[in-house]
Write a protein that binds this ligand. Sequence first.
Ligand code: NAI
Ligand code: MG
Length: 354
Amino acid sequence: MSQRIAVIPGDGIGTEVISATRTVLDAVCRRHAITLDYDEYDWSCERYLRTGAMMPADGLDVLRPYDAILLGAVGAPGVPDHVSLWGLLIPIRRAFRQYVNLRPVRVFDGVDSPVRGALPGEVDFVVVRENVEGEYSEIGGRLGRGHPEEMAVQEAVFTRAGVSRIADYAFELARTRRGHVTSATKSNGIVHTMPFWDEVVAERAAAFPDVRWRSEHIDALAAKFVLQPGSFDVVVASNLFGDILSDLAAAVAGSIGIAPSANLDPTRSYPSMFEPVHGSAPDIAGKGVANPLGAVWSAALMLDHLGHTPAAQDLVAAMEATLREPGTRTRDLGGTADTRTVTVALLDRLGPVS
Ligand code: NAI
Ligand code: MG
């Protein structure tokens, strides 16, 4: 049985890391007798500049039947970032109810974290970010533009259904890991939505007596990410808090170039989307030096989601091996390897073509 993947390489290094990832996916799939059928779409800022839209008007209908979406990155100089975000990424996340944004964080052997206490093997956690509601809502407005009394209001929206399902996802995930959840809150300052978040998380926690959990204020939690990054297993957070924490975590892990993410619809009613955390990196685009591992690790998350866990583990093991060798580390990790060198090293690890 084959599964269908929609590939959106995007802009800049997005196209470079996705091309590398496709080669590596072919190798690992051959090894595990997995058949994936790909269709590639040129939806991007480059397309926006040509046609006035990031994707065609029926873009979401086109994507709907796929089993998964693999995305590089979008963004180009001269196109405002809100165009690329609201013209492609956010419509996909919301229309396909990808309510979990999953960001694994690990300090790998061979990677130097800028944080003194973050040693390889000790830092291994997952940020579970709520991805469709919360602080990033379209509810609000502006009044009195240009006048002294000018004002702006933006509402945060938290629903019982929305908080329950993200909490359930985090507790279930913790069960498959080290059995510990940290919930990010700020109920001392944000006095309506955050106490509600805390109440609902506590209610859901009661259904998982085998998982330990604690609640931490976001400010103290941010400090702890730097001071004791080894003390976390699963961290669950609202849309805004999770956004900030996951970028902080990617930095703690040593480079944004290796950070992966998954936008998941755990109900599997819609395709989930897998993408590296980094952007299109115009400063290094076209030079062939981008680190492909963020995209490769995202592809491993995709394989796992599609039910191919042994293949996903193989891919991560190949990543670990290339990171251990100085000759196969890219510049963002202090090495000298280019994208091709890393890709070839991954292919070597994934064994001969059968
Ligand atoms: P960025 O992630 O593209 O780059 C930040 C820095 O990290 C740059 O110095 C870049 O060279 C480096 N870097 C990033 N990925 C790397 C990799 N794989 N290997 C080696 N070095 C890497 O973030 P920036 O510069 O803020 O944004 C550039 C464009 O990308 C903007 O248009 C932005 O909107 C877009 N963007 C898109 C995202 C997406 O598609 N999900 C996410 C983040 C940014
Ligand atoms: Mg972010």
